[in-house]
Design a protein. Structure first.
Length: 339
């Protein structure tokens, strides 16, 4: 009897096999990208002008891919839904109208259930679009437009399980949805409207003022405070790794961050000088730090942080004074938003 230990290859062989599958599927996508033709452009234009909705149908793995494409389209500005073949043939064809289009997914183009649904939908005046690996198939001939999802071979070692073909079909669906998104000028704010209950939607929907640190939570010192006092303030107030430096009338003078402290350490080490913790903060702080308006979105704050490689932003109130601070963790996990 074969045991598990005798059947399994060594670790390097297993990794190499996994790498080969990924490479084969990746190469299939790249090859399909080079073969993309006018039909893709025609389909994009057709869907941009569509008054109805996009329905997708398929069976088995192709059905699963079709369901995902429908979900991606719906969430990015193109109304779409998935139509199960069995349900469609038992009454759910009534969900379709002549202003809709049906994207039928079948690698062979000869799947009986998909053909049955497509033929019935066509009789209702619904335009059929084929996502198939065989343009000359029954489905390809029925459709007014065909996107070729064919691949030279499946990544499956047996050549049987849908692998490269389903990956290419999914990638084509993503390409279709993303091009439509760009052509519609679909924004992050639009995306948030379609995801009110999701974590991503929350991140995009909140304003900075909703999640900023303020009041007693805000680490603040004056320019005359010592480095020792500033470090204590940074540690005691949320351990944010930064403290605001403000003037007597509350205006922003600068910030002191962990990064500033590291630079001081390096400079002193190079010059063999000791660090004087009694040094006034105003002598070593960062002047004119990056700021953000309290009414900006959390997404905008995150983008500024990512672009500049920082973890905190000073939040300005309507009078231009520092009313708070927003930290990367407030957006990505420790505040009201949990991703």
């Amino acid at each position: 009897m074969l045991t598990l230990s005798s059947m399994c290859a060594n670790s390097d062989d297993i990794i190499e096999k996994g790498r080969r599958i990924l490479e084969e599927e990746g190469n299939a996508i790249l090859q399909k990208a080079s073969q993309l033709d006018e039909n893709f452009s025609l389909l994009v234009r057709k869907l941009l002008e569509l008054e109805g909705r996009v329905a997708l149908t398929g069976v088995g793995k192709s059905g699963t891919i079709g369901e995902k494409i429908a979900a991606t389209l719906s969430s990015t500005g193109t109304p779409a839904f998935y139509l199960r073949t069995v349900d469609a043939l038992h009454g759910d064809l009534g969900m379709l109208t002549s202003s809709d289009v049906l994207l039928a997914v079948s690698n062979s183009g000869e799947t009986s259930e998909v053909l049955a649904v497509s033929n019935a939908a066509s009789q209702l005046g619904v335009e059929i679009i084929a996502l198939t690996g065989n343009r000359e198939s029954s489905l390809g001939k029925l459709a007014s437009l065909t996107l070729d999802t064919g691949v030279e071979k499946e990544a499956c070692p047996l050549g049987l399980a849908p692998t490269a073909s389903t990956t290419v079909t999914l990638a084509l669906g993503d390409a279709l949805a993303m091009v439509l998104l760009e052509e519609r000028n679909f924004t992050a704010e639009n995306y948030a409207h379609y995801h009110p209950g999701g974590d991503l939607g929350q991140r995009l929907r909140y304003q900075v003022r909703d999640i900023q640190r303020s009041g007693k939570e805000l680490p603040t010192v004056t320019a005359e405070a010592s480095l020792r006092d500033a470090i204590a303030e940074m540690t005691d107030k949320g351990n944010l790794g930064v403290t605001l430096v403000v003037s007597e009338n509350g205006e922003l003078s600068g910030i002191l961050s962990d990064g500033d402290l590291r630079r001081i350490l390096v400079q002193k080490q190079d010059s063999s000088e000791s660090i004087d913790l009694g040094t006034p903060v105003g002598e070593v702080m960062t002047r004119d730090p990056l700021t953000i308006d309290a009414t900006a979105s959390a997404k905008d704050a995150l983008q500024v942080m990512e672009v500049h490689g920082i973890t905190s932003l000073v939040v300005l109130d309507p009078l231009g004074k520092p009313g708070g601070m927003i930290h990367l963790h407030d957006i990505l996990g420790r505040g009201k938003i949990v991703l």
